[in-house]
Design a binder for this molecule. Structure first.
Ligand code: UDP
Length: 328
């Protein structure tokens, strides 16, 4: 019988792509999601449990019903700007949800957690290439909450033998090449979808957050990675745990950074349309540059970010934004 994997946040952008990758690899993904930011229509690859991680009984029920061999934990609040305005929300929801989940996993004797962490745990480090050994000094509440969950996993490993693979993502972009699912948030705050909406005239312009950063063109530099490459890494991380190869921490990025202005230029070229842009002030909590210097995921997991070319990511996102699956 196929093994079940509990995917918290399975109705969200990254979680739904992970569900697809799991199904393709022969697992049954069980999406657990409260639909606060996710989409019921994105749950297509296995059973759906509508529930909230803050509701421990509901989480226990999911473990009892599906007996998952592992958990992929995506469900969290993840907006840098919002986390600076309302840090309490991030500490309460992200930490509270993870705590309930890990305690429920231990109680159900499910010993394997693949955790969705972030490069925001590193903070602003003068443009150095960030590898997994870099000190974590988050500069926003979102990154701080994710770092705290990493610490929680280490403690749970020591005390209860809960195994973990932690992935620190850089900037996730693009959409399922087959067009079944894609990127969409309510409200949208991410650069590429906002930029595509501006190109289509759905919003007046993209606001460029800050032009005075200490980067070559003054705008923030980010390392963009395709969501399907990221989902594949999660399956590799899961297999590592199921094979008993032990805990691991991996950055997921490409090692190549693009400034916001460069992303805008590429989007103009891909869509062959002008990108309406207005310059605005910096967004609180933004680091100047976040670029992954890591090759660990490639060396230890055999991961290959095959689709993470910026133009490919924008092309896939553009196709999705114009498809019937994308709601207005
Ligand atoms: N950004 C921007 N205008 C926007 C949204 C984002 O200039 O309307 C910039 C943002 O400051 C950051 C980069 O684009 O430097 C990527 O931001 P996003 O919110 O997509 O991802 P994050 O880096 O916060 O994970």
């Amino acid at each position: 019988m196929a093994e079940h994997v509990l995917v918290t946040g399975g109705a969200g952008y990254i979680g739904s792509h992970a569900c697809k990758a799991l199904a393709r690899a022969g697992f049954v993904p069980v999406a657990f999601d409260n639909l606060s930011t996710g989409w019921a229509e994105a749950v297509k690859f296995g059973p759906f449990v509508q529930g909230d991680l803050m509701d421990r009984a509901r989480v226990d029920e999911a473990f009892a019903r599906f007996r998952p061999v592992a958990v992929m934990h995506f469900a969290a609040l993840s907006l840098v700007g919002e986390s600076m305005r309302d840090p309490g929300l991030y500490w309460r929801i992200n930490l509270g949800g993870a705590l309930n989940l890990f305690e429920a996993a231990v109680a159900a004797q499910c010993r394997n957690i693949v955790f969705s962490s972030t490069c925001a745990t590193y903070g602003d480090q003068d443009g150095v290439m960030l590898d997994e050994g870099c000190e974590q000094r988050p500069i926003n509440a979102y990154g701080a909450s994710k770092r705290a969950i990493e610490d929680m996993l280490v403690n749970f490993g020591q005390a209860y033998g809960l195994n973990h693979v932690i992935f620190r993502y850089f900037n996730v972009a693009g959409s399922d090449p087959e067009g079944e699912i894609g990127e969409q948030h309510r409200p949208e705050t991410h650069l590429i979808p906002l930029m595509l909406e501006a190109i289509e005239g759905k919003r007046p312009a993209l606001t460029l957050f800050g032009t005075d950063y200490p980067t070559p063109d003054g705008t923030c530099v980010r390392d963009y990675v395709h969501v399907t490459d990221l989902a594949d890494a999660h399956v590799l991380g899961l297999k590592r745990l199921l094979d008993g190869q032990g805990n691991g921490v991996f950055n997921l990025g490409t090692g190549r950074g693009f400034s916001v202005r460069e992303v805008i230029t590429h989007a103009g070229a891909v869509t062959n349309r002008p990108v309406p842009v207005v310059e605005g002030p910096r967004r609180p909590g933004d680091a100047a540059a976040l670029v992954s210097g890591s090759v660990r995921a490639c060396e230890e997991l055999g991961w290959r970010p095959e689709r993470s070319d910026l133009r490919q990511m924008i092309t896939d996102a553009w196709r999705w934004s114009q498809s019937p699956g994308y709601s207005e």
